[in-house]
Design a protein. Structure first.
Length: 294
């Protein structure tokens, strides 16, 4: 059966008169009858109960009506989606860290390219802490970022996942710490490897200030990904989102320390400005991410 046959059947089911239905479908009565017979043969049930005076839907015909209407509705929605996809073109600029490129974007971008092949994607990578500022400045349409503690009024954020902040150390360094059992980490005595800026740095600085601890910072790096090899090389104790550690090639060369303070986790998602979201290509990616997240 095809779409046209479903339309013919629904016309006959609505009019319950094969002569008027054939006229409405611009078919001969015999052609309409043959179409109904083909459908009945495929289904294995009569769709109409007919005599010399009346035409009525059978039970199978009533059920098939529901199916045919839904099938035509779905087909119309599909055609509309193709039309919308063809209309969306241009360029979309996207900013993400290497970790986000590996973990959060593959499925989303693959689906987007299939749905909107006329959109030219510009993917830029860099430190996660620069994501929001790239969007705010207008350099980037949309970015993968951690939800900031404070957002400017013009920024929209779409949460996708949550990942905790964890403390790590190189294996040799960790062994000496673990000899102290569950004793809390003494941040005033430990060398720290920290990001130069960003959400994890602000949250740790806030905790250190509240605890009246003056830390010993051995290294400051740009980007969460760079912290892990620095820790592996013996630089000290570092702080990273768990998602970053899970995707790092050095994940088996460091140890997660359980004695650190419990800082608020990262809520990771897409961010864009309200102005950028007026662009059809940006709005399409946003809606696709919403559907995948739900």
């Amino acid at each position: 059966m095809d779409i046209q046959e479903l339309k013919i059947f629904l016309t006959a089911a609505e009019l319950l008169h094969f002569g008027r239905a054939s006229q409405a479908c611009n078919l001969s009565p015999s052609a309409l009858t043959r179409t109904i017979q083909r459908l009945e043969e495929q289904l294995g049930y009569p769709l109409f109960e007919r005599n010399n005076r009346t035409v009525q839907l059978s039970y199978a015909g009533e059920q098939f009506c529901l199916y045919a209407r839904q099938a035509l509705h779905d087909y119309a929605s599909f055609q509309n989606s193709l039309s919308v996809s063809r209309d969306i073109a241009g360029t979309l600029s996207l900013y993400a860290s290497i970790t986000a490129v590996y973990s959060l974007l593959p499925d989303l971008l693959e689906a987007y390219r299939k749905a909107y092949p006329d959109v030219h994607l510009e993917l830029r990578t860099g430190a996660a802490e620069r994501a929001v500022s790239q969007v705010e400045s207008g350099e980037i349409d949309i970015a993968v970022a951690a939800l900031p503690d404070r957002r400017s009024a013009g920024i929209e954020f779409l949460p996708i996942m949550t990942t905790p902040l964890i403390f790590i150390a190189g294996k040799q360094f960790a062994s000496s710490i673990m000899q102290r059992g569950n004793e809390p980490l003494k941040f005033n005595q430990l060398p720290l490897v920290l990001p130069q800026s960003g959400l994890s740095r602000r949250r740790l600085d806030k905790w250190l200030k509240k605890s009246r601890i003056v830390p010993t910072i051995s290294s400051e790096v740009s980007g969460n990904e760079a912290i892990i090899p620095m820790v592996h090389l013996g630089g000290g104790v570092g702080i990273v989102p768990q998602l970053v550690l899970e995707r790092s090639p050095f994940r088996n060369d460091v140890v997660v320390l359980k004695q650190g303070p419990q800082l608020d986790p990262y809520i990771v998602g897409l961010c864009s400005t309200k102005q950028s979201l007026q662009k059809a290509a940006v709005q399409a990616l946003w809606k696709l991410a919403e559907s995948q997240a739900s």
